[in-house]
Design a binder for this molecule. Structure first.
Ligand code: SAM
Length: 160
């Protein structure tokens, strides 16, 4: 995906002043993917895509208890390289302009990304998953059982 530097594209608008800060989030880990640049990243993850790893802070490992029972998870992450001031955007550079909240663009006031992923394996505090679209080194915000898969019990995974 081509990415915005400071220059706005035709029809795009940006916020003039910063919004006040409110929530204090804690990063709970880091995500490793084969995607080293934004252009390497898919626009959305694919559960048939490459293996990625989610490295949870080892102090939080007990919070993974029971995760292996789920085939699909919802991952929330902080798109740390995204600018946060765009109100309207032209993501495909094709002249079509939309509001930020009408897009899943990474460029948003709170650059939170979400993906549904397939859980491949767990080794201690590290989950191997497929379905992410973020840069290698993207900070992790949260892990939840996928809402649709919440009642579905996956076959047991090898313990790590
Ligand atoms: N799946 C998430 C969602 O829908 O909320 C994110 C979708 S967003 C379109 C994915 C794009 O964000 C990638 O193709 C890449 O261009 C960009 N991106 C990925 N990781 C990023 C990061 N850490 N900081 C800024 N941009 C990132």
């Amino acid at each position: 995906m081509t990415h915005h530097g400071d220059a706005l594209r035709s029809g795009e608008t940006a916020l003039k002043a910063q919004l006040p800060e409110n929530a204090g989030l804690s990063f709970v880990g880091v995500i490793h993917t084969p995607f080293k640049t934004r252009d390497d990243c898919p626009r959305q993850g694919d559960m048939e895509g490459p293996d990625c790893t989610i490295e949870l802070d080892p102090r939080l490992e007990p919070a993974l208890e029971g995760i292996e029972r789920f085939e699909t998870l919802e991952i929330l992450y902080w798109l740390h390289k995204a600018r946060r001031d765009l109100l309207t955007q032209s993501p495909r550079s094709d002249g079509a302009v939309r509001g930020t909240f009408a897009l899943r663009s990474p460029l948003r006031p709170n650059p939170i990304g979400t993906s549904r992923v397939r859980l491949v394996a767990r080794t201690g505090n590290v989950l191997t998953v497929r379905g992410l679209d973020c840069l290698d080194g993207t900070p992790l915000l949260d892990i939840k059982p996928d809402r649709c898969g919440y009642t579905v019990q996956a076959p047991p995974k090898p313990a790590g």
